[in-house]
Ligand binder design. Structure first.
Ligand SMILES: [Zn+2]
Length: 164
């Protein structure tokens, strides 16, 4: 195969990538992020063998955010069913930080620069709540996340007592 042919194929692949449904590109991202291995049994997976699993199950309030989706083989996905992994908070925090670093979780908040957002996110150490938003917290900041986007950051120190 000569270079010209290769280039044509690459352009076609690129177009396919751009027209892919969001769900499929999310799977591609998670496939690479999780090292092409099942997160539970560490088995290496072909793309078509891999499935996405809600780490905190939907039935237990888990969201479709990219930090709650992990790569799993079909066997482990079935075995896990709707049990709650003991470390789901740590995993969500870790994957949230990776998602910010990789740019798949967005933040467009005019009051913070992207550097400030990066440093606020790096200090996140707990999951405060999971309801209409996933709420992360660290140091004096509380972050509200919905659909892979930080929609609000509150600096707790500046909140007047009356609004709490
Ligand atoms: Zn597995």
């Amino acid at each position: 195969m000569d270079y010209a042919t290769n280039a044509t194929i690459n352009i076609t692949e690129f177009k396919e990538l751009k027209s892919m449904k969001p769900k499929k590109s999310i799977k591609s991202y998670i496939y690479e992020r999780d090292g092409r291995r099942c997160r539970f049994c560490t088995k290496r997976l072909q793309f078509h063998q891999a499935s996405l699993d809600h780490y905190l199950p939907r039935s237990k309030g888990g969201t479709n955010d990219i930090f709650n989706l992990i790569l799993s083989c079909k066997k482990c996905n079935k075995l896990k069913k709707s049990s709650i992994p003991a470390d789901f908070e740590q995993v969500m925090i870790e994957l949230f930080k990776i998602g910010i670093r990789d740019g798949v979780i967005k933040a467009s908040l005019h009051q913070f620069s992207s550097d400030e957002i990066q440093s606020i996110v790096q200090n996140v150490d707990r999951v405060e709540a999971i309801n209409s938003h996933v709420v992360f917290q660290g140091k004096n900041y509380r972050l509200y996340v919905k659909e892979n986007r930080i929609v609000k950051i509150i600096h707790l120190g500046t909140q007047p007592h009356t609004s709490v």
